[in-house]
Each structure stands twice: as C-alpha cells, then as structure tokens.
Design a protein around this ligand. Structure first.
Ligand SMILES: NC(=O)c1ccc[n+]([C@@H]2O[C@H](COP(=O)([O-])OP(=O)(O)OC[C@H]3O[C@@H](n4cnc5c(N)ncnc54)[C@H](OP(=O)(O)O)[C@@H]3O)[C@@H](O)[C@H]2O)c1
Length: 281
C-alpha cells in the first residue's frame, strides 16, 4: 500500500494527544516515510508538550490545532480514555470531514461509544497498541467500527506496522487483548526484575544479570515467533534428564506460576472493561 492510500492527495494526518503513544506513532510514520513530513501534524492541550514534541519530531504540534482538522483525512486520537468526549466534541466542532478516518487508541472506549460521541457517520477504527512501539517492537490489534471499510482497517494496520506487528481481531476480544498485550510488557518487566534479582542472589553482578535476562527473554520470544513451535516443545529441547533446567522448572510449578499468570490476566481483563468510565471512589 502506498502513501497515497493512507491519506488522500493534498490531505493531512493529524494526531490529537502528543504524549507517549502519540509521539511514538508519529516517529514510526516519519521513520518509514508512509506519510510525508509536511502532511503530518499534532495537537495537544499542554503547551509544554507541544513545544517539546514539535522540537523532537520536526512537525507542527499546536495547542490551537482546531484549524488543522478540516484538512485531515486520518486523525489518530491518542489522549487518555477520560478525555474521549472532549476530543470527539472538538473534532466535530472544528469541522472534521465526514469521510475522515478516526483511529482511536483509547483503552476501554468502544467503537460504538466513539461513534455515539461523534454523532456522525465517520469511519472509526479502534486500536490497542503497547509501549514497545517506542522501539519498533510493538504489538497492536485493530478492529473496525460500523462505518469503517476493509480499506480503512488496512490503512490503520499500515500505520501500526510502522512500529511493530499489527493484527485485526473482533472487538469482543479487546478487553482480553488490553490485559494480555497492552499490559503485558509490565508483567514481563516484573518477571525480568525478579530473575535479575535471582541472578544477584547466586552471585552475579546486577548489570550482567539484567543483560542475561533481557537478552534471554528476547531470544526466547524470537524462537517462538521464528520457529512457530509450541513453547512446551521448545522448553523440552532445553530440559536434559536430571539437569538443572528441569530442577528449576519444577520449583516454578511448585509456585503455581501458570495459575498466577492466568489469574493476573483474568483480573486485568475485568478491569479493562471499566477503563473508559470515571473511577469509583
Ligand atoms: N501507554 C501505553 O502503554 C498504552 C498502551 C495502549 C493504549 N494506550 C492508550 O493510549 C492513550 C494515550 O496514552 P499515553 O500514555 O500516550 O498518554 P499521555 O502520555 O498522557 O498523552 C496524552 C496527551 O494528550 C493530551 N490531552 C489530553 N486531553 C486533550 C485534549 N482534549 N486535546 C488535546 N490533547 C489532550 C494530554 O495532555 P495533559 O497531560 O495535559 O492531560 C497528554 O499530553 C490512552 O488512552 C491509553 O489508554 C496506552
């Protein structure tokens, strides 16, 4: 798919909310040249963020971004879930075109909710990325709202493929996806921290222990993705009879590591279902 297929001739792509994820997606778009620099813009309500993002990215990032909205063919909403209503109102009042594709990465905010906040027939695509997008190793899942075509979904996928992998899935899976891949890096960091501590416990310098752990996690992930083999089969390959790996694995099983991980994802899935709503105090 060429640049012209992501945005129409003469049109622009705008990002509303130039925080961590907004800047990351813009960096991906700039790096792979999918949209020319002079057709990208961003808006943020925080003046300091506008200044630092504009300097870092080399594109206009403005607090008064409303005047840029009518020229946009694609708008990426990258604000916090509780700011959804304010941003949808801004887009409509500023004259967003009826054909402009809205892509939202707001956790817990459904396409139906976004469509109703807009009150227009604009195509909407919902996406759930994760922070490894920052290093080009993100995992994003997208789904289409009722007015979005397969081409709209393909355009959205192309944007997220610039910062990692991107798959399409049914929206009914989004709370589970949020719990598994959007929250997932935090689980891995906790596990990596614990393993690095374990390395220190058995006498390794901390820096060496952490490097060993991080590269081992990366290598194991690549083995799963590159070979397509089941993790259990790969585990069997490194489990020699009466060896140290089976000794360590049995201690992990004693600690019920599988059910702890499953319960963590179950609880995060339940929590994800309420993310778009104001917190109950
Ligand atoms: N970070 C992740 O791992 C991750 C993963 C998947 C999905 N997401 C989703 O990505 C979204 C953004 O997350 P983030 O971590 O990038 O947040 P962030 O760093 O806080 O960025 C959001 C930015 O949007 C600005 N903003 C708020 N309301 C606005 C408005 N009405 N108009 C323009 N700008 C506005 C915020 O300004 P202020 O700071 O002044 O409020 C902030 O600079 C969230 O909805 C989250 O659910 C995040």
């Amino acid at each position: 798919m060429s640049t012209e297929q992501i945005i129409a001739d003469g049109a622009t792509l705008g990002v509303v909310g130039a925080g961590v994820m907004g800047q990351t997606l813009l960096r991906g778009l700039l790096a792979n040249g999918l949209v020319p620099r002079d057709r990208l813009w961003a808006g943020d309500k925080n003046a300091a963020t506008c200044e630092s993002a504009s300097e870092a990215l080399g594109i206009p990032v403005q607090k008064e971004f409303q005047q840029s909205i009518p020229a946009a063919d694609v708008i990426l909403a990258c604000v916090k879930p509780l700011d959804a209503a304010a941003v949808m109102t801004t887009l409509v009042h500023a004259g967003m075109r009826p054909t402009t594709l809205l892509i939202s990465i707001l956790a817990g905010v459904s396409t139906e909710k976004l469509e109703s906040l807009l009150g227009t027939q604009n195509p909407v695509v919902r996406a759930m990325p994760n922070t490894p997008c920052v290093v080009g190793e993100g995992m994003t899942v997208v789904c289409a709202g009722k007015n979005a075509s397969s081409r709209d979904l393909a355009r959205a996928r192309q944007i997220f493929e610039g910062v990692g992998k991107c798959l399409a899935a049914d929206e009914t899976h989004f709370n589970a996806i949020t719990a598994l891949s959007a929250s997932g890096p935090a689980y891995q960091y906790l596990i990596m921290e614990a393993l690095a501590d374990a390395g220190v416990r058995v006498g390794l310098p901390r820096h060496l222990a952490l490097t060993l752990v991080a590269q081992t996690v990366l290598g194991a992930a690549r083995m799963v993705l590159a070979t397509g083999r089941h993790p259990a089969a790969l585990r069997d390959d490194v489990t020699t009879p009466a060896g140290c790996t089976i000794a360590g694995l049995l201690i992990l099983e004693d600690g019920r590591v599988r059910s702890v991980l499953a319960r963590a994802v179950e609880e995060a899935t339940r929590t994800a279902a309420h993310l778009g709503a104001p917190p109950k105090i």
